[in-house]
Design a binder for this molecule. Structure first.
Ligand SMILES: Cc1ncc(COP(=O)(O)O)c(C=O)c1O
Length: 408
């Protein structure tokens, strides 16, 4: 439990997993005699060499404080990538007014809310719409900024995306912002153009901001997911009420570089820049330099996508017959229906030395004490972030476990 206004904010799923597995010792480690973690969404591939080389070559610039708005070079590269990726004309995003570098998208997703949160809306406490399951920063930011989180379930019946049309009118009246993640973590569902337009129509009607978390938008299998920038720009000619968050962590397999950016409405970017300028660390200049080169390059991204395609092919071959298996549209997770995620994760760890993340730890119960009201409860999340040999061995252990111990 956190204190005060954070009391209702869920803790990190990894903290909960550590508690669940405390004192549970695997009987063996069948994969190279070591445990395997499919828990963290951390690409295990080596960072592209050109990225590390640029950081090294510019290391002297660690001796200077960087500007909060980054460098023109970074802003130009980020804007050009966003326009290319989301089919916008080159002038649609002004690098100087609509790009703000971030130390990874996480801090921007958090800081955006205090930067825009009013004390009240329509005489009541402001509300933030949060998908359920969620990335834990969403409720954390909501409560920290003095708002209330209103959870919107994403279930198989809603295509694994939150159905915002179900949100009651009195909640929408007080809504200040809505998080929407596509491809979604943990489910890997991608929003269609219609999904985005429907949400923007609600945002226009009820005057709220969309916080589009698109850090997985470069990891896709068949075709690139439609982005918030694309949907908004091509329907209105602008990016009002939108902040769209991007990251190199997954796109370029550099989660430790801590490099992302946010783009969208000029007035929202100004508000966030002013606020960050009072409290957030600036992005280091060597990181900005390497990041500009990374946003300019597509070759390493295509290679990265191919690696994930190979891992998903392995997963389909090994787990495809399990009734709870589903191939996601994007991202690098399998959202596997096992009936009871926490019990499964604990038994799997004990029997096979493979760690997976229970979906229940990434979502909340709508009715306290009723696990069926937690849309993540039946699932576990598997991160396909290892090399093919490790992935094969780990997934085979899971398949054996599903057919053997788990069914008894
Ligand atoms: C859904 C989602 N959003 C945001 C992030 C933050 O990524 P980063 O801060 O590395 O850009 C993550 C990281 O795993 C994520 O899964």
């Amino acid at each position: 439990m956190f204190p005060g206004r954070m009391a209702l904010a869920p803790p990190s799923a990894f903290e909960r997993l550590a508690r669940l597995l405390e004192g549970v010792n695997p009987t063996s480690f069948p994969i190279d005699n070591a445990p395997v973690a499919l828990t963290v969404g951390e690409p295990q591939d080596d960072p592209p060499q050109f990225i590390t080389r640029i950081v090294n070559d510019n290391a002297r610039a660690f001796g200077r404080y960087p500007p909060v708005v980054g460098t023109p070079e970074f802003r130009n590269s980020a804007a050009a990538w966003a326009c290319r990726r989301f089919n916008l004309p080159p002038a649609a995003i002004k690098p100087d007014r609509q790009i703000l570098p971030l130390n990874g998208s996480r801090e921007g997703l958090f800081l955006a809310l205090p930067a825009i949160m009013p004390e009240t809306k329509h005489g009541g406490r402001p509300v933030v719409l949060v998908p359920n399951p969620f990335y834990v920063t969403y409720p954390s930011a909501s409560f920290a900024s003095g708002a209330e989180a209103f959870y919107v379930d994403a279930r198989a019946e809603t295509g694994f995306l939150p159905d915002f049309t179900d949100v009651p009118e009195h909640i929408l009246q007080r809504t200040v912002a809505a998080f929407f993640c596509s491809p979604s973590n943990p489910e890997g569902a991608c929003a269609s153009r219609e999904n985005w337009l429907q949400l923007f129509a609600m945002a226009d009607r009820y005057d709220f901001t969309i916080l589009a978390d698109e850090c997985y938008c470069e990891i896709w299998h068949a075709s690139p997911p439609v982005g918030a920038l694309d949907a908004r720009y091509h329907s209105t000619g602008g990016l009002e009420r939108l902040l769209s968050f991007h990251s190199l962590s997954k796109r370029s397999s550099v989660p430790g570089l801590r490099s992302g950016f946010v783009t969208g409405s000029p007035s929202l970017i100004t508000a966030l820049t002013r606020f960050r300028n009072t409290c957030a660390p600036q992005v280091p200049i060597p990181v900005l330099k390497a990041s500009a080169a990374a946003w300019d390059d597509e070759v390493h991204v295509e290679e990265n996508r191919d690696r994930y395609r190979e891992r998903f092919a392995i997963a389909r071959r090994i787990l495809g017959n399990h009734r709870g298996f589903r191939l996601p549209d994007g991202g690098f997770y399998i959202w596997l229906d096992v009936g009871d995620g926490p019990a499964f994760a604990k038994a799997l760890w004990r029997e096979t030395g493979v760690r997976v993340l229970p979906g229940a730890f990434m979502s909340v119960e709508r009715v306290p004490g009723d696990t069926t009201s937690n849309p993540g409860f039946p699932y576990v999340r598997l991160a396909l972030v290892h090399d093919p040999a490790t992935m094969t061995a780990a997934l085979e252990r899971i398949a054996d476990f599903l057919q053997g111990v788990w069914q008894q």
